[in-house]
Design a protein around this ligand. Structure first.
Ligand SMILES: [Zn+2]
Length: 348
């Protein structure tokens, strides 16, 4: 599978080569990748490659956003249809605007004039959701700058940004069996290890003391190492424990939102999803929640295995610091200062 994916990487990077031109003539400009319509591609070798790769994305084994454009001169970057400016394509982030776009295949360069961005709509933008989406999009575009080099693609599983079979294989090995049962929640603003950690939380695969007992491992105590009062299940440790609740309460004050008492990761996800806001803000909220539970888990491990490094008074600072550092590294186009982040990272 990892080897097959290389074809996609080559397809998007070798657009002047004869074989790519041929494929495009046969299967369209996208080569059949990520065709929403599931157009019949026939039964050839190419169709099989494309089909397997599309399935990998559809099942969320590998998020589609693992590939994104790094803007250069903007000539090859599709403004709406490439993932280039934020965590997802504009067509997905701003569907109301996309529906009004006169030129859905336009490039970023097409919309950029001497004095800023110029769009062409099928009718004037109306108030409410449409103008809200436009405002949000303009905020993102405000930090965009073109460069005197060609646009290129970046592969997020490798620090260098270049696709390697090894990185994909490692990712696929890490995401073994119960894929069908539980789609991954992939958050692009936190590192892969946090996404994988979160996935294990959802699947109840963390080695909490209760979980170890279930697996027949002898443990000295089944009590939560943080409060010493209740059995240590994952839900207790991360959400119900009195100490975890103190941390969640501080986070609630920080982001200026009421956070209900979650009883499970499912409850947390449902709460994040219940926010009627633009997807990238919800994604930011989700990334912070993921950092909270990760910090709680590492604190718990330090307390058990490395007590001198377990510093309770740093928990909240760690959450703010990690979430900020990870966010800015992964969203280089967004200008947000540490001070802003400390004041309120999500709702500004
Ligand atoms: Zn506890």
């Amino acid at each position: 599978m990892a080897l097959l994916y290389k074809w996609r990487w080559r397809f998007i990077n070798e657009d002047n080569s004869l074989w790519v031109k041929l494929i495009k003539r046969l299967y369209g400009d996208s080569g059949g990748f990520m065709e929403r319509s599931r157009r019949c591609l026939g039964g050839g070798v190419w169709a099989k490659i494309v089909g397997s790769i599309n399935l990998l994305h559809e099942k969320n084994v590998l998020p589609e956003t693992v590939l994104h454009r790094v803007l250069g001169d903007g000539v090859k970057t599709k403004f709406w249809k490439d993932n280039w400016c934020w965590t997802d394509k504009f067509e997905v982030l701003f569907p109301r605007l996309f529906a009004l776009a006169r030129a859905p295949d336009a490039t970023a360069r097409d919309f950029w004039g001497d004095d800023g961005w110029h769009f062409s709509w099928r009718r004037p933008i109306r108030g409410g959701e449409e103008s809200l989406q436009l405002t949000n999009m303009m905020v993102l575009l405000d930090s965009v700058s073109f460069a005197h080099r060609p646009d290129r693609w970046r592969w997020d599983l490798e620090d260098s940004g270049d696709f390697t079979v090894r990185s994909l294989r490692k990712h696929l090995d890490g995401s073994t069996l119960p894929i069908a049962a539980q789609p991954t929640r992939w958050n692009p603003s936190v590192p892969i290890k946090i996404n994988i950690f979160f996935w294990r939380v959802i699947l109840n695969r963390l080695h909490s003391r209760a979980q170890l007992v279930l697996r027949g491992v002898a443990v000295e105590s089944i009590l939560c190492p943080l409060c010493q009062e209740e059995e240590e299940t994952v839900n207790h440790l991360l959400f119900e424990c009195s100490m975890a609740r103190q941390v969640w309460q501080r986070v609630a004050t920080w982001i200026q939102r009421d956070i209900p008492l979650f009883d499970s990761p499912g409850g947390m996800i449902a709460w994040v999803d219940s926010h009627p806001m633009v997807r990238f803000i919800r994604s930011k909220l989700e990334s912070i929640c993921m950092v909270v539970i990760w910090v709680l888990w590492t604190y718990r491990n330090a307390k058990l295995f490395n007590p001198e490094r377990a510093k309770k008074h740093l928990l909240f600072d760690n959450i703010r610091e990690f979430s900020f550092n990870w966010f800015v590294v992964r969203n280089s186009k967004v200008r947000i200062s540490c001070v802003d982040w400390l004041q309120n990272p999500v709702f500004m």
